[in-house]
Design a protein around this ligand. Structure first.
Ligand code: NAD
Length: 377
């Protein structure tokens, strides 16, 4: 297959998520990093892109310049990744979709539900791919769990419990740290702090593994560090379309937890547990049996779990390779080849609807509210 041209917006030098995209996109040799507007500072962005091997005339100072120049090139980029701060995602994603580019957008896809619906409609109308980087859903053992649930190995699912709780903003005197401050500032983060930042990963994983979307929810939000406007801790109870009970805890003040993303699924016949800090293992407990550890790469796993496993059994397989799995299937989809599941604009929209529903519920003392976007009701 011929190589695809890839461009990146945001993810500049020193950014948190930029390296995972560059490693992931280039892991399989399917994408070449051909263009970039990597930084809020044009000079820094141009310089860094060139140090990463981008040609000088495609190392852009900002995304509008990149869009204008790439649009008319015969070798224009096939895919653009949007890895800028949240409040720019909608504008950039919309502009590139309208110009006919495929897009991989970082989460949260938009700030509002209306913007999310607009992106979904635009992706449908233009026929372009708009994927959202829910990278945890591309871990081989997460795909294994999804397949086991779908095959009925757990029986009817009674309950799912998902957490994304870490302790990295536990320091009260960190409130003025620029990397922390914006996350609790409504002007920059939007209506929600930790729920929009991390809770949506846990919620997406729950609906992804179950194959069942969130229908209603009830939320309790707390700002435990004085001075924080947006929540740094949230408990969300939810029900899925088929009535499964859901529990989600997300926090930034949970000292003792590091990354803190884990999920348990409880069915009539068996339960499963997975944690992002040990992504190679799934714990399986069949009713009446003992807890078994299923290991990535062992015999008997589903074809999808085997396909997305890149290193031999028992070797660490981490976050950049999960992101590589997203890029692998983006390349397949663009080339018209068979591809696995890609987290979509619809997923990004559902997350925004759930975030806004959680905010409304928390303001109404935990009242149960409809968590679905209007266009999916
Ligand atoms: P960051 O602050 O570490 O880096 C942001 C980068 O974007 C910087 O290099 C900055 O210069 C650049 N930038 C800002 N505005 C820009 C603009 N207008 N044009 C071009 N570049 C611009 O942020 P981060 O932690 O890397 O987060 C970026 C996005 O990725 C956020 O939306 C965040 O929610 C998301 N994220 C997702 C995951 C995941 O697992 N999917 C993990 C971390 C972050």
């Amino acid at each position: 297959m011929s190589k695809l041209n890839w461009g990146m917006i945001g993810g500049g030098e020193g950014s948190q998520i930029g390296p995972a995209h560059r490693l992931g996109a280039q892991a399989d040799g399917r994408f070449v990093m051909a263009a970039g507007a990597l930084d809020a500072d044009p000079a820094r962005g141009r310089d860094y892109a060139q140090r990463l091997g981008v040609a000088a005339d495609r190392a852009y100072g900002d995304w509008r310049e990149m869009l204008a120049a790439e649009r008319d090139r015969p070798d224009r980029i096939d895919l653009v990744t949007v890895a800028t701060p949240n409040n720019t995602h909608f504008e950039i994603t919309k502009a590139f979709l309208e110009a006919g580019f495929h897009v991989l957008c970082e989460k949260p896809m938009t700030m509002t539900v209306a913007e999310g619906e607009e992106i979904v409609r635009l992706a449908r109308d233009t026929g372009r791919i708009c994927a959202v980087n829910y990278g945890y859903s591309a871990y081989p053992m997460v795909r294994q769990m999804k397949a086991m649930v779908a095959a009925g190995e757990l029986g009817a699912i009674r309950c799912v419990v998902a957490n994304f709780s870490h302790g990295h903003h536990a320091a009260g005197d960190d409130a003025d740290n620029p990397r922390v401050r914006w996350r609790y500032d409504p002007a920059q983060a939007g209506v929600s702090g930790q729920m929009a930042d991390c809770g949506i990963h846990a919620l997406h994983l729950a609906s992804f593994i179950l194959g069942d979307e969130v229908r209603t929810l009830s939320a309790d939000f707390a700002s435990t560090v004085p001075g924080r406007v947006l929540e740094d801790d949230a408990m969300v109870n939810f029900r899925t379309e088929s009535g499964t009970v859901g529990r989600l805890w997300t926090s930034t003040i949970a000292l003792g937890r590091q990354h803190g993303l884990d999920i348990q699924v409880f069915g009539e016949k068996a339960g499963l547990r997975w944690a992002s800090e040990q992504p190679n293992q799934v714990y399986l407990h069949r009713l009446g049996g003992r807890v078994e550890i299923m290991e990535k790469g062992e015999a008997g796993l589903t074809d999808e779990a085997q396909r997305l496993s890149r290193v031999p059994i028992a070797h660490p397989e981490g976050f950049p390779l999960a992101i590589a799995n997203i890029y692998l299937d983006l390349a397949n989809r663009i080339a018209g080849a068979p591809a696995g599941h890609l987290p979509s604009a619809e997923d990004g929209l559902r997350s925004m609807a759930a975030v806004h529903a959680a905010v409304a519920s928390a303001k109404a003392d935990g009242a149960w509210v409809d968590a679905r976007p209007p266009m999916f009701r």
